[in-house]
Design a protein around this ligand. Structure first.
Ligand code: ADP
Ligand code: ZN
Length: 511
């Protein structure tokens, strides 16, 4: 698709430079444009920042007629239209919360032979709910002026994707109604099952697929142990490597966003927070301040990101574990869109690794709320989660001995090893790492051998979350790598070891 010469080849070259200001094409851009302009349905998998917009905006500019673009968020659409207007390309959008008179003006313009718009953006809700829109598209189509249909963020069609949106499923109607208009589906995240889903749901015919490597060579990834001093660590990281740079810190809860932003401000950074609980005008303000570099750092939930087009984001920090590897890739992908070296740092700790799935005892609601820093007073929902509704009987076990042994073991290995390793030794593992450090000769090696699966790890996690033990960073070995180690909180442990405290945990009785 790239080496062939097409009637429009010259025009592409020229307009890419003069209108869009690009010196050349990025990987796959020319190929995608040639395929869609040849009239084929095309599916494009291109990483964030790869330059997907050009693959439909350039054809929209040089082809007669109007290009319909379906895009999930109004903020994303407005951002695109702003960029297009800077390039003097007339574009508009329709969304459900627009004044009716304003919508009518746009519809009227669409009926004109002299219609000035080259692109019409709509949200998928609009396609699903507006008969007026469909009627106007039909008119354009019958006048052969519906040049192309673009589905942006096409993975939203698929239930397998991480961002499923029900309104996307109805988009198959477009191909049914307008079979001769080529469809261009764009996404930055799609596994092959998602791709199959998208192609099927949209009814794409003999679809040409472009798939590009997700490797982002200019991003530097690292995982750092997360300690109680996490925000201090973030502060010194930024001051050391990214002073005055622009970055995003992803936090799990709204409360974390606010706390982290507050602390960073105390440390002298220009930081702000952004989450779903902040009202829209304030959010828009923060986003604008950020694009103008008035604010350097945004502490945000994953609500922040889609539609962020800032090319010079130099770091993306995950203050807690991302929800999925796809989500992680997408969030990191917001760094370094300009191709310059950028950092992606994930702070990880053992207690963040809440074993939501592994846990078959505690109320799911409680686990989630605790995760988001909330309290759930009743402790259990009673029956609206699988763990509560399993007619379970519990026994309360005295775990004091296990707890003491684990604390003792942490001391025996001189507080220099990870939680996972402590468990290995306690269960009597003879793996190479255990042997290398001769931990198989410790008195407590295998002391927890008889325990049911998960029992020791539940007690250890309890000790960490209740502060008997804490995680710290060990800057170690000749290579200067860092690792997470478990240490003992002496003041808290004193009572336990002196025999003044018992620890009781609930376990399900086997059925
Ligand atoms: P995507 O939608 O794939 O995440 P965009 O279309 O937003 O990526 O493009 C990312 C950035 O790359 C934008 O700033 C855009 O102007 C720029 N860009 C796109 N194509 C080219 C090109 N051929 N040459 C230079 N810059 C480009
Ligand atoms: Zn429950």
């Amino acid at each position: 698709w790239s080496s062939l010469s097409f009637p429009w080849t010259k025009k592409l070259e020229v307009n890419n430079k003069t209108i869009f200001g690009n010196h050349s094409f990025r990987p796959n851009q020319r190929e995608v444009i040639n395929a869609t302009m040849s009239g084929h349905d095309v599916f494009v998998l291109m990483p964030t920042g790869g330059g997907k917009s050009l693959t439909y905006q350039l054809p929209a500019y040089i082809c007669p007629g109007i290009t319909l673009v379906i895009s999930p968020l109004v903020s994303l659409i407005q951002d695109q239209i702003m960029h297009l207007s800077q390039a003097n390309i007339p574009a508009t959008y329709l969304s459900a919360n627009m004044e009716w008179t304003e919508q009518q003006d746009i519809f009227r313009e669409l009926c004109l032979d002299s219609c000035r718009y080259k692109l019409l953006y709509v949200t998928p809700e609009k396609v699903a709910k507006s008969d007026v829109l469909l009627r106007h598209l039909e008119k354009l189509y019958s006048r052969q002026l519906l040049a192309r249909i673009v589905i942006d963020e096409a993975h939203c069609v698929s239930q397998w994707g991480h961002d499923f949106r029900p309104d996307y499923q109805g988009l198959g109607i477009l191909k049914q109604k307008f079979p001769d208009t080529p469809v261009l589906a764009l996404t930055a995240t799609a596994t092959s099952s998602v791709k199959e889903d998208v192609v099927q749901a949209l009814g794409l015919v003999d679809c040409i697929i472009f798939r590009q490597s997700f490797n982002r060579p200019n991003l530097q990834y690292s995982v750092m142990p997360k300690t109680k001093k996490c925000v201090e660590d973030i502060d010194s990281f930024i001051k050391k490597f990214h002073r005055d740079d622009c970055g995003i810190i992803y936090c799990l809860s709204k409360m974390d966003c606010e706390k982290v932003a507050e602390k960073l401000k105390e440390y002298g950074h220009k930081a702000a927070f952004y989450h779903g609980g902040v009202d829209p005008s304030e959010r828009a303000y923060v986003q604008e301040q950020w694009s103008k570099d008035e604010i350097n750092i945004i502490c945000a939930t994953v609500a922040f990101g889609m539609g962020i087009n800032k090319p010079d984001v130099r770091f993306v920090i995950h203050h807690s574990l991302p929800k999925s590897i796809e989500g992680y890739h997408q969030e990191c992908g917001r760094a370094g869109r300009d191709g310059q070296l950028s950092s992606c740092v994930l702070y990880y700790n053992y207690s963040d690794y809440v074993s939501y799935c592994e846990n078959d005892v505690d109320c799911r609601r409680l686990l989630q709320l605790v995760h988001f820093g909330e309290k759930f007073d009743s402790g259990r929902c009673g029956k609206t989660c699988d763990n509560c509704s399993k007619v379970q009987s519990f026994i309360e076990k005295d775990c004091t001995l296990i707890a003491k042994q684990l604390v003792e073991l942490v001391k025996l290995v001189r507080q220099q090893f990870s939680a996972a390793h402590i468990l290995e030794v306690y269960r009597g593992s003879l793996n190479q790492f255990v042997k290398k450090h001769r931990h198989d000769s410790l008195s407590l090696h295998g002391a927890g051998k008889h325990l049911a699966k998960g029992e020791a790890s539940r007690v250890l996690r309890y000790l960490v979350t209740e502060d008997f033990l804490f995680e710290d960073v060990k800057k170690s070995d000749a290579y200067g790598s860092v690792s997470s180690v478990v240490k003992v909180n002496e003041s808290k442990v004193y009572n336990l070891c002196a025999g003044g405290q018992t620890i009781k945990l609930r376990f399900p009785t086997s059925t």
